[in-house]
Ligand binder design. Structure first.
Ligand code: HEM
Length: 476
């Protein structure tokens, strides 16, 4: 009896082992090809190094040549599946098995209630409130404010200068525009304090998240505390003004609008949500557009034919204006060619290299298993440089965007796609068009350095900051 029981037990154990072994083999077989690299470090360092030396695209291409469009690797401490191509983009941007994932350092600096960290109903509520203020219906009301801020920037920083470093100048311009139009922070000491702390905060965003007194990450967190204090003071001032009836919600700025949202429809935002999303908008909305503007300046300096077409379009609009008269929404609607040039910049030098999603339940794609807990990595340039989508993809050709409907879905992904698509698209477009208008109608420029190459840090930035020699054409 005892030996029969023992035999049954051994048999059961054998069956369990066989089941586990075949299950494991089945799963392994379905995982995408690719090596996970050195434990913990994985391939992060080699990707970061490639981006810094502007060979990131090469790194990605080599990987695809070796393993195909779906492969596994280890990035930033986590097992990762790298996916490319329009079908993969559709899956990444719309599958409910995936959720947005930011590196830990970024989440801690921006704040846990920023919309990129929120999911489901919370994401919908916060994104709905914030993006309402960035829609054309509202945006068209503050074109005048934006115009004045941009003109002021060029008056102060370009007009009486012979040489300008375009990259830092554009970063300051886009920061000022966000401050005045979205947050109602006027020029002066508060804005200056904010920009200083803000730059300190950005310096450690991509640092290793070790919070010790001498680390970049620690300094960033300290600067974030100060940014939080300044913004909280501004929030309190706006709340008091609203209570005293001195301003009316959406005609003012985003913060006043968010504070005025009614509790009755359950749309209200908490203090922390308002603060964290204010920090997010400042980060998401400033470097990205500054990069597009910087590379437009570089392109126009290097390409006389495209330059002439942009100048032509903008001069026609300038000729309809009285001195000092601001641009209007209708003027922006006429800037079709200029926006195509900006889109071609976004295609060839996308500000965002790519991004991550977290896998929240086991999912299959292209016949492979992507296990729960892994991350998915997407890349912009692979799609943008795909010859089957954009012919002669290396060629700078704004006419590709003449017929938007001919570009298949999930193929132009500079602003992402799906429920997380960039809510700042129209804002970025408006700001870019107004800035290009004043640059080409008031100035001429030429590049100071022969070497106008750029690195990714992780966003594209010209090696020398793109210094240009300026000639004034007309007053502002
Ligand atoms: C040329 C300029 C810009 C580019 C190329 C750009 C690109 C992107 C991309 C690719 C995403 C999606 C990321 C993902 O799905 O992983 C995104 C999200 C986002 N962008 Fe932009 N962006 C730009 C300008 C702006 C501006 C001006 C603002 C605000 C004023 C803004 C605010 C945001 C926010 C809040 C999100 C997160 C959306 C969410 O999680 O629901 N962006 N952006």
């Amino acid at each position: 009896m005892a030996s029969a029981q023992l035999l049954a037990l051994i048999l059961a154990l054998l069956l369990i082992i066989i089941h586990l072994l075949t299950k494991d083999r089945k799963q392994n077989k379905r995982l995408p090809p690719g090596s996970m690299g050195i434990p913990i470090i994985g391939q992060s360092l080699s990707l970061l190094r490639a981006m810094r030396t502007n060979t990131g695209e090469r790194w990605i291409k080599d990987r695809i040549n070796k393993y195909g469009p779906i492969s596994k690797l280890s990035l930033f401490g986590g097992p990762t599946v790298f996916l490319t191509g329009p079908a993969a983009n559709k899956f990444i941007f719309s599958s409910d098995s995936l959720t947005l994932k930011q590196p830990q350092s970024i989440t801690r600096i921006i704040g846990s209630q920023n919309m990129m960290e929120l999911i489901g109903a919370d994401h919908k509520r916060v994104r709905g409130a914030v993006s309402y203020f960035l829609k054309p219906e509202i945006l068209r009301k503050y074109v005048g404010k934006l115009d004045e801020e941009i003109r002021q920037h060029f008056r102060t920083n370009w007009f009486s200068h012979q040489q300008v470093k375009v990259s830092p100048s554009m970063k300051r311009l886009t920061f000022n525009v966000i401050c005045s139009t979205i947050f109602g922070i006027k020029q002066g000491t508060t804005r200056e304090a904010l920009v200083n702390e803000f730059n300190n905060m950005l310096a450690g965003m991509w640092a290793v998240p070790i919070n010790l007194p001498f680390t970049h990450f620690h300094n960033s967190l300290k600067a974030r505390e100060k940014v939080g204090k300044i913004l909280n003071r501004i929030i309190e001032e706006k709340r008091s003004a609203l209570q005293r009836g001195e301003c009316s919600s959406e005609d003012e700025d985003l913060i006043t609008y968010l504070l005025s949202l009614g509790t009755d429809k359950g749309e209200t935002l908490t203090e922390e949500e308002i603060l964290d999303n204010a920090v997010l908008l400042m980060i998401a909305g400033h470097d990205t557009t500054a990069i597009v503007l910087t590379f437009i300046v570089r392109q126009l300096a290097n390409d006389p034919i495209i330059y002439a077409s942009v100048v032509n379009e903008q001069e026609e609009i300038a000729n309809t204006k009285a001195p000092g008269e601001a641009l209007t929404w209708d003027d922006l609607l006429k800037m079709k060619y200029t926006w195509r040039v900006a889109q071609e910049i976004l295609r060839t030098i996308p500000p965002l290299f790519g991004g991550f999603r977290r896998v929240i339940k086991d999912v299959e794609f292209g016949g492979y298993l992507i296990p729960k807990g892994w991350q998915v990595f997407w890349n912009t340039s692979v799609t943008h440089m795909d010859e089957s989508i954009f012919k002669e993809s290396e060629k700078f050709d704004p006419s590709r965007f003449e017929k938007q409907s001919e570009i298949p879905p999930y193929c132009f992904i500079a602003f992402g796609a799906g429920p997380r698509i960039c809510p700042g698209y129209e804002f970025a477009k408006t700001e870019t068009l107004v800035a290009v208008h004043y640059m080409v109608t008031r100035f001429k420029w030429s590049l100071c350095c022969k070497d106008d190459t750029f690195v990714r840090d992780p966003m594209p930035s010209p090696k020398q900051g793109l210094p240009v020699l300026i000639e004034v054409k007309a007053s502002l």
